[in-house]
Design a protein around this ligand. Sequence first.
Ligand code: NAD
Length: 261
Amino acid sequence: METRALVKTMKQGRLQGKRILITAAAQGIGRASALACAQEGATVIATDVNQELLQDLASLWPGIELATLDVCDGNQVIQLASRTEPLDVLFNCAGMVHNGSVLDCSDADWDRSFDLNVKGMHRMIRAFLPGMLARSRVTRSGCIINMASMASSIKGFPNRYAYGASKAAVIGMTKAIAADFVAQGLRCNSLCPGTVDTPSLRGRIASAPDPVEAEKNFIARQPIGRLATVDDITPMVVFLASDESRFITGQNLLVDGGVTI
Ligand code: NAD
Protein backbone atom coordinates (compact mmCIF):
# COMPACT_ATOMS: atom_id res chain seq x y z
CA MET A 1 0.00 0.00 0.00
CA GLU A 2 2.76 2.38 1.02
CA THR A 3 4.72 1.55 -2.15
CA ARG A 4 1.65 2.09 -4.30
CA ALA A 5 1.10 5.49 -2.68
CA LEU A 6 4.75 6.40 -3.33
CA VAL A 7 4.56 5.42 -7.01
CA LYS A 8 1.42 7.54 -7.36
CA THR A 9 3.18 10.53 -5.77
CA MET A 10 6.21 10.12 -8.04
CA LYS A 11 4.02 9.99 -11.14
CA GLN A 12 2.26 13.14 -10.05
CA GLY A 13 5.51 15.08 -9.69
CA ARG A 14 7.40 16.03 -6.57
CA LEU A 15 5.82 19.50 -6.42
CA GLN A 16 2.30 18.57 -7.44
CA GLY A 17 -0.29 20.96 -5.97
CA LYS A 18 2.27 23.55 -4.87
CA ARG A 19 2.13 27.22 -5.86
CA ILE A 20 5.64 28.58 -6.33
CA LEU A 21 6.67 32.15 -7.08
CA ILE A 22 10.19 32.79 -8.38
CA THR A 23 11.90 36.18 -8.76
CA ALA A 24 14.48 36.81 -11.51
CA ALA A 25 12.98 33.97 -13.54
CA ALA A 26 13.69 35.38 -17.00
CA GLN A 27 17.19 33.94 -17.26
CA GLY A 28 19.88 31.94 -15.49
CA ILE A 29 19.13 29.92 -12.35
CA GLY A 30 15.68 31.50 -11.84
CA ARG A 31 14.51 30.56 -15.31
CA ALA A 32 15.85 26.99 -15.09
CA SER A 33 14.21 26.67 -11.66
CA ALA A 34 10.85 27.82 -13.04
CA LEU A 35 11.01 25.09 -15.69
CA ALA A 36 12.24 22.43 -13.25
CA CYS A 37 9.46 23.23 -10.76
CA ALA A 38 6.82 23.21 -13.51
CA GLN A 39 8.11 19.84 -14.72
CA GLU A 40 7.59 18.53 -11.18
CA GLY A 41 3.95 19.56 -11.27
CA ALA A 42 4.03 22.95 -9.48
CA THR A 43 1.95 25.93 -10.48
CA VAL A 44 4.74 28.40 -11.19
CA ILE A 45 4.49 32.18 -11.16
CA ALA A 46 7.63 33.38 -12.91
CA THR A 47 8.51 37.02 -12.29
CA ASP A 48 11.26 39.30 -13.51
CA VAL A 49 11.91 42.99 -14.08
CA ASN A 50 12.62 42.17 -17.74
CA GLN A 51 9.21 41.54 -19.28
CA GLU A 52 10.54 40.82 -22.76
CA LEU A 53 12.89 38.07 -21.59
CA LEU A 54 10.11 36.45 -19.55
CA GLN A 55 7.78 35.96 -22.49
CA ASP A 56 9.16 32.80 -24.07
CA LEU A 57 9.03 30.89 -20.77
CA ALA A 58 5.27 30.59 -21.24
CA SER A 59 5.74 29.09 -24.70
CA LEU A 60 8.26 26.58 -23.32
CA TRP A 61 5.84 25.57 -20.57
CA PRO A 62 2.33 26.88 -21.20
CA GLY A 63 1.14 26.49 -17.57
CA ILE A 64 3.67 29.00 -16.25
CA GLU A 65 2.13 32.29 -15.17
CA LEU A 66 4.18 35.42 -15.83
CA ALA A 67 4.36 38.69 -13.91
CA THR A 68 6.63 41.64 -14.44
CA LEU A 69 8.17 42.50 -11.09
CA ASP A 70 10.98 44.74 -9.94
CA VAL A 71 11.81 43.55 -6.42
CA CYS A 72 13.28 47.00 -5.70
CA ASP A 73 9.85 48.59 -6.18
CA GLY A 74 7.90 48.17 -2.93
CA ASN A 75 4.55 49.12 -4.51
CA GLN A 76 4.92 46.55 -7.28
CA VAL A 77 5.72 43.88 -4.70
CA ILE A 78 2.70 44.73 -2.53
CA GLN A 79 0.37 44.89 -5.54
CA LEU A 80 1.52 41.51 -6.83
CA ALA A 81 1.09 39.94 -3.38
CA SER A 82 -2.43 41.38 -3.07
CA ARG A 83 -3.58 39.82 -6.36
CA THR A 84 -1.81 36.46 -5.92
CA GLU A 85 -3.35 33.43 -4.22
CA PRO A 86 -1.28 32.38 -1.17
CA LEU A 87 1.94 30.60 -2.06
CA ASP A 88 3.43 27.37 -0.82
CA VAL A 89 6.93 28.33 -1.92
CA LEU A 90 8.66 31.66 -2.48
CA PHE A 91 12.03 31.44 -4.22
CA ASN A 92 13.85 34.77 -3.88
CA CYS A 93 16.42 34.45 -6.66
CA ALA A 94 16.98 38.07 -7.75
CA GLY A 95 20.46 39.40 -7.10
CA MET A 96 23.37 41.22 -8.72
CA VAL A 97 27.16 41.18 -8.55
CA HIS A 98 29.08 44.34 -7.76
CA ASN A 99 32.61 43.72 -8.98
CA GLY A 100 35.27 45.28 -6.77
CA SER A 101 36.93 45.69 -3.39
CA VAL A 102 35.90 48.15 -0.68
CA LEU A 103 38.01 50.78 -2.45
CA ASP A 104 35.94 50.39 -5.62
CA CYS A 105 32.61 50.48 -3.79
CA SER A 106 30.88 53.86 -3.56
CA ASP A 107 27.98 54.39 -1.17
CA ALA A 108 25.68 54.16 -4.19
CA ASP A 109 27.22 50.79 -5.21
CA TRP A 110 26.77 49.49 -1.66
CA ASP A 111 23.17 50.74 -1.48
CA ARG A 112 22.28 49.25 -4.86
CA SER A 113 23.73 45.85 -3.87
CA PHE A 114 21.81 45.78 -0.60
CA ASP A 115 18.63 47.19 -2.10
CA LEU A 116 18.43 44.37 -4.64
CA ASN A 117 20.18 41.48 -2.90
CA VAL A 118 18.84 41.94 0.63
CA LYS A 119 15.98 44.45 0.77
CA GLY A 120 14.42 42.90 -2.34
CA MET A 121 14.02 39.64 -0.38
CA HIS A 122 12.83 41.55 2.71
CA ARG A 123 10.12 43.26 0.63
CA MET A 124 9.03 39.97 -0.93
CA ILE A 125 8.90 38.10 2.37
CA ARG A 126 7.02 40.90 4.19
CA ALA A 127 4.42 40.99 1.42
CA PHE A 128 3.95 37.25 0.78
CA LEU A 129 4.52 35.74 4.22
CA PRO A 130 1.08 36.45 5.77
CA GLY A 131 -0.67 34.48 2.99
CA MET A 132 1.96 31.74 3.15
CA LEU A 133 1.54 31.40 6.92
CA ALA A 134 -2.23 31.15 6.62
CA ARG A 135 -1.77 28.38 4.07
CA SER A 136 1.05 26.58 5.86
CA ARG A 137 -0.92 26.43 9.13
CA VAL A 138 -3.11 23.98 7.21
CA THR A 139 -0.59 22.29 4.91
CA ARG A 140 2.46 22.48 7.26
CA SER A 141 4.58 22.75 4.13
CA GLY A 142 5.24 26.42 3.35
CA CYS A 143 8.79 27.32 2.49
CA ILE A 144 11.01 30.18 1.47
CA ILE A 145 14.23 29.69 -0.46
CA ASN A 146 16.67 32.60 -0.55
CA MET A 147 19.49 32.76 -3.07
CA ALA A 148 22.81 33.43 -1.35
CA SER A 149 26.27 32.70 -2.81
CA MET A 150 29.63 31.22 -1.89
CA ALA A 151 31.46 34.29 -3.02
CA SER A 152 32.79 36.21 0.00
CA SER A 153 29.91 35.17 2.25
CA ILE A 154 31.27 31.65 2.93
CA LYS A 155 34.70 31.86 1.30
CA GLY A 156 36.60 35.05 0.53
CA PHE A 157 37.00 35.80 -3.18
CA PRO A 158 38.69 38.88 -4.62
CA ASN A 159 36.42 41.71 -5.78
CA ARG A 160 33.24 40.49 -4.11
CA TYR A 161 33.11 43.05 -1.26
CA ALA A 162 29.54 44.40 -1.43
CA TYR A 163 28.27 41.19 -3.00
CA GLY A 164 29.71 38.98 -0.25
CA ALA A 165 28.43 41.27 2.49
CA SER A 166 24.94 41.28 0.99
CA LYS A 167 24.84 37.50 0.52
CA ALA A 168 26.05 36.97 4.11
CA ALA A 169 23.08 39.13 5.15
CA VAL A 170 20.80 36.81 3.16
CA ILE A 171 22.09 33.84 5.17
CA GLY A 172 21.42 35.70 8.45
CA MET A 173 17.95 36.79 7.31
CA THR A 174 17.18 33.18 6.41
CA LYS A 175 18.09 31.89 9.87
CA ALA A 176 16.04 34.62 11.57
CA ILE A 177 12.93 33.80 9.52
CA ALA A 178 13.41 30.08 10.08
CA ALA A 179 13.55 30.64 13.85
CA ASP A 180 10.54 32.95 13.93
CA PHE A 181 8.15 30.79 11.91
CA VAL A 182 9.21 27.17 12.39
CA ALA A 183 6.35 26.55 14.83
CA GLN A 184 3.85 27.74 12.22
CA GLY A 185 4.87 25.13 9.69
CA LEU A 186 6.98 27.45 7.54
CA ARG A 187 10.57 26.61 6.61
CA CYS A 188 13.24 28.98 5.29
CA ASN A 189 16.57 27.95 3.77
CA SER A 190 19.23 29.59 1.66
CA LEU A 191 21.20 28.20 -1.22
CA CYS A 192 24.83 28.86 -2.11
CA PRO A 193 25.87 27.86 -5.61
CA GLY A 194 29.47 27.95 -6.74
CA THR A 195 30.09 29.70 -10.06
CA VAL A 196 27.27 29.01 -12.51
CA ASP A 197 27.32 29.49 -16.26
CA THR A 198 24.54 32.06 -16.71
CA PRO A 199 24.11 35.15 -18.91
CA SER A 200 25.36 37.48 -16.18
CA LEU A 201 28.48 35.33 -15.64
CA ARG A 202 29.09 35.43 -19.41
CA GLY A 203 28.78 39.22 -19.16
CA ARG A 204 31.37 39.35 -16.35
CA ILE A 205 33.73 37.18 -18.40
CA ALA A 206 33.23 39.25 -21.57
CA SER A 207 33.87 42.53 -19.78
CA ALA A 208 37.14 41.35 -18.16
CA PRO A 209 40.38 42.76 -19.63
CA ASP A 210 41.30 39.22 -20.79
CA PRO A 211 38.09 37.15 -21.14
CA VAL A 212 39.91 33.85 -21.83
CA GLU A 213 41.98 34.25 -18.68
CA ALA A 214 38.90 35.36 -16.74
CA GLU A 215 36.99 32.19 -17.70
CA LYS A 216 40.02 30.05 -16.75
CA ASN A 217 40.13 31.77 -13.34
CA PHE A 218 36.43 31.20 -12.72
CA ILE A 219 36.89 27.50 -13.52
CA ALA A 220 40.10 27.24 -11.47
CA ARG A 221 38.36 28.31 -8.27
CA GLN A 222 36.09 25.24 -8.51
CA PRO A 223 38.01 22.05 -7.60
CA ILE A 224 35.50 19.97 -9.56
CA GLY A 225 37.14 21.45 -12.68
CA ARG A 226 34.27 23.18 -14.45
CA LEU A 227 31.59 25.83 -14.09
CA ALA A 228 28.24 24.67 -12.79
CA THR A 229 25.36 24.59 -15.24
CA VAL A 230 21.95 25.80 -14.14
CA ASP A 231 20.86 22.14 -14.17
CA ASP A 232 23.43 21.41 -11.45
CA ILE A 233 21.59 23.87 -9.21
CA THR A 234 17.89 23.25 -9.94
CA PRO A 235 17.75 19.81 -8.25
CA MET A 236 18.54 21.54 -4.95
CA VAL A 237 15.81 24.12 -5.59
CA VAL A 238 13.28 21.36 -6.29
CA PHE A 239 14.42 19.44 -3.21
CA LEU A 240 14.12 22.50 -0.94
CA ALA A 241 10.71 23.38 -2.40
CA SER A 242 9.41 19.85 -1.96
CA ASP A 243 8.23 18.04 1.14
CA GLU A 244 11.31 15.81 0.82
CA SER A 245 13.15 18.56 2.75
CA ARG A 246 10.37 18.89 5.34
CA PHE A 247 12.77 18.51 8.32
CA ILE A 248 15.30 21.07 7.02
CA THR A 249 15.02 24.71 8.02
CA GLY A 250 17.38 27.58 8.78
CA GLN A 251 20.12 25.94 6.73
CA ASN A 252 22.43 27.24 4.07
CA LEU A 253 22.83 24.54 1.43
CA LEU A 254 26.07 24.56 -0.59
CA VAL A 255 26.17 23.38 -4.22
CA ASP A 256 29.68 24.56 -4.87
CA GLY A 257 31.72 22.10 -6.93
CA GLY A 258 34.08 21.47 -4.03
CA VAL A 259 35.00 25.09 -3.27
CA THR A 260 34.68 24.51 0.48
CA ILE A 261 36.28 21.05 0.72
P1 NAD B 1 21.46 36.42 -14.06
O1 NAD B 1 22.26 37.37 -13.21
O2 NAD B 1 22.02 35.99 -15.36
O3 NAD B 1 20.01 37.02 -14.29
C1 NAD B 1 19.44 37.78 -13.29
C2 NAD B 1 17.98 38.06 -13.59
O4 NAD B 1 17.58 38.97 -12.58
C3 NAD B 1 17.71 38.73 -14.92
O5 NAD B 1 16.67 38.05 -15.59
C4 NAD B 1 17.30 40.14 -14.53
O6 NAD B 1 16.36 40.71 -15.40
C5 NAD B 1 16.71 39.89 -13.14
N1 NAD B 1 16.68 41.10 -12.31
C6 NAD B 1 17.65 42.03 -12.21
N2 NAD B 1 17.23 43.02 -11.39
C7 NAD B 1 15.98 42.67 -10.96
C8 NAD B 1 15.03 43.29 -10.11
N3 NAD B 1 15.28 44.48 -9.54
N4 NAD B 1 13.85 42.67 -9.89
C9 NAD B 1 13.60 41.46 -10.47
N5 NAD B 1 14.45 40.84 -11.31
C10 NAD B 1 15.63 41.45 -11.55
O7 NAD B 1 21.08 35.15 -13.18
P2 NAD B 1 22.00 34.20 -12.31
O8 NAD B 1 23.46 34.37 -12.62
O9 NAD B 1 21.36 32.88 -12.42
O10 NAD B 1 21.82 34.76 -10.82
C11 NAD B 1 20.61 34.55 -10.11
C12 NAD B 1 20.90 34.59 -8.62
O11 NAD B 1 21.87 33.58 -8.30
C13 NAD B 1 21.48 35.90 -8.12
O12 NAD B 1 20.93 36.19 -6.84
C14 NAD B 1 22.96 35.62 -8.00
O13 NAD B 1 23.61 36.43 -7.05
C15 NAD B 1 22.93 34.16 -7.56
N6 NAD B 1 24.16 33.43 -7.84
C16 NAD B 1 24.65 33.33 -9.08
C17 NAD B 1 25.85 32.65 -9.29
C18 NAD B 1 26.46 32.54 -10.65
O14 NAD B 1 27.64 32.15 -10.73
N7 NAD B 1 25.73 32.81 -11.74
C19 NAD B 1 26.49 32.06 -8.21
C20 NAD B 1 25.95 32.15 -6.95
C21 NAD B 1 24.77 32.85 -6.75
